[in-house]
Ligand binder design. Structure first.
Ligand code: SF4
Ligand code: SF4
Length: 530
């Protein structure tokens, strides 16, 4: 009985179909052809990509790393977003500006200055094993089933011509062929964007090109020369920083300066795609309070206009689109699940309330109907200074009149505050020591005292004059000449305020002094009337 042969991957089938290659361009003869500036990008970066460049970049075994970028069935959106990355930026990676990260020599069909055979020189060296430094391959856009196209003599996506035809004739080389030939020797194969990571839009229903992901193309047994399966950084278009940060993390690891970056079971950087986008959404609190946008442009949660955020792995709301700015819900757009393997077919039709969200939005609405008014109540309370509470007045000149809280609101907050503080370390204690403060600095202050400063309103009244005199006693310690605490300045906050009255702790109107806010308000009114 013979063991079943493992099924060949599309990449292997393509190479079987095309056969091996031998001939290469004669670069001596070609000279500067295809290099209008007479210099390659690597030459331009020369000072940084050689050992005489930034010494700090050359810590570790890798002096530089080549990155071969290929565009399959793509819209070039990944290129646009990656060239806009800022942390780290492409420029800083190319210049070797990060200590411990080897400079990256990029071979990109849009960015590089070389063209024609000159552009493909390093590709050929990599294929022949003559490149001195390690290389990675990066695919943007889906891979296609090129064998379908070759049946009719055509191709779906291609990059350059090589003398690989019959008898050394030049023939167009497909992107898939380059990828299939270079992948086994690469230090890492990285798929960028949802087309390359999961097939994306080109592989949607009606797919005539056989478009598929890099992972599908290379097969599940694929391992890079350094033992890595395909690394996937999805998004349509992806967050540029997600890509450059992943590349930097891999390079740090290869250089021996960082831990092995954590990837999930689908090869996504786990620290970037481990959470749903909903968990960090700027509109999350609206969802929790059961408040939903009715149309685009509303500031609330977008789930009822079709947002898939609660079930989608993405970090755009916390990372932003470019330079930590923008990104779907931050900018008013609902999530359509573009980072997900099921995109787009499993998410269509877009912009329709997902029936599954009904249960959670109804529950949030119910909960929100209780929570929201309570939060509003507390918010109103916290939007007032303690001083305004004591003086029953908000001295704001702005047009909107601030109504005073009703009695039931004050009672509710008194109750809530004592509940909130019930477990405090200094619960029920007025001693400063319980709070670790010096006693003389933590004495309660009578809020009416400022009106009693010399020259202030009411200061000339006999009671206040006596109080002020008492405060300036011989010891200068805030005590009266007789050494007692001045009447009206109750160190414990409990003694009567001792306004002119019957000398028995009652005020001028005969009310018993309790030292509390009520007493203080009465006293204040009495003095200011004089
Ligand atoms: S807009 Fe989308 S991601 Fe944001 S809170 Fe609403 S459902 Fe969640
Ligand atoms: S929030 Fe949704 S639509 Fe926007 S990038 Fe993330 S997955 Fe794509």
């Amino acid at each position: 009985m013979t063991a079943a042969m493992p099924e060949k991957s599309p990449a292997q089938r393509l190479l079987d179909h095309l056969g091996p290659v031998e001939g290469y361009h004669d670069h001596e003869a070609i000279g500067d052809f295809g290099m209008p500036t007479r210099r390659s990008l690597e030459d331009m970066l020369g000072p940084n990509t050689t050992e005489t460049g930034f010494a700090h970049a050359h810590l570790g075994p890798l002096k530089k790393v080549h990155a071969f970028w290929f565009a399959g069935m793509s819209c070039d959106g990944c290129t646009v977003s990656v060239t806009g990355a800022t942390t780290p930026s492409v420029e800083s990676l190319l210049l070797g500006a990060h200590p411990g990260i080897p400079p990256v020599v990029l071979h990109h069909p849009v960015v590089n200055m070389e063209s024609g055979p000159a552009y493909l020189r390093a590709h050929e060296q990599a294929l022949r094993g003559e490149l001195e430094d390690p290389y990675v391959i990066i695919l943007e856009g889906s891979a296609t089933e090129e064998t379908l196209a070759t049946e009719t003599g055509g191709y779906w996506t291609a990059q350059g011509e090589q003398p690989w035809g019959p008898g050394g004739e030049k023939r167009t080389v497909t992107v898939e062929e380059w990828v299939a030939r270079l992948a086994p020797g690469a230090a890492a194969a990285i798929a960028i964007g949802t087309c390359a990571t999961w097939g994306g839009i080109p592989s949607a229903d009606g797919n005539v090109t056989g478009a598929m992901s890099l992972m599908d193309f290379l097969g599940k047994d694929y391992r890079s020369a350094f033992g890595l399966p395909v690394v996937n950084v999805p998004g349509c278009a992806p967050v540029g920083d997600n890509f450059t940060e992943t590349v930097a993390a891999i390079l740090y690891f290869l250089q021996g300066f960082g831990p092995l970056p954590e990837f999930d079971e689908l090869g996504r950087p786990a620290w970037l795609f481990g959470e749903t986008v909903h968990r960090h959404c700027v509109r999350g609190a609206y969802y929790e309070e059961g408040t939903y946008a009715e149309e685009f442009g509303d500031p609330e949660c977008l789930v009822e206009v079709g947002c898939w955020g609660p079930v989608v792995n993405c970090n755009i709301t916390s990372r932003g689109a470019i330079n930590h700015v923008g990104g779907c819900m931050n900018a008013g757009g609902a999530c359509i699940g573009c980072t997900m393997p099921g995109f787009p077919d499993k998410f269509t039709p877009f912009y329709k309330t997902p029936p599954g969200s009904m249960a959670s939005t109804s529950a949030s609405r119910l909960l929100g109907s209780v929570i929201k008014p309570l939060r509003q109540l507390t918010n109103d309370h916290l939007n007032r200074e303690v001083r305004w509470d004591l003086h029953h007045e908000v001295p704001s000149g702005w047009a909107r009149h601030e109504p005073e809280p009703r009695a039931w609101q004050n009672v509710t907050h008194k109750f809530y505050d004592s509940l909130r503080r019930s477990n405090d370390r200094g619960n029920g204690k007025t001693e400063a020591a319980a709070w670790g403060k010096r006693a003389e600095l933590s004495r309660r202050r009578d809020p009416t005292v400022e009106r009693h400063l010399p020259g202030a309103e009411g200061a000339e009244s006999p009671g206040v004059a006596a109080e002020l005199a008492g405060r300036e006693g011989p010891e200068g310690n805030g005590r009266a000449p007789n050494g007692r605490a001045p009447a009206g300045r109750a160190p414990t906050g409990r003694e009567p305020t001792g306004r002119p009255g019957d000398g028995n702790g009652r005020d001028a109107r005969g009310h018993a002094g309790d030292g509390g806010p009520r007493q203080r308000r009465r006293t204040l009114r009495a003095h200011t009337r004089r």
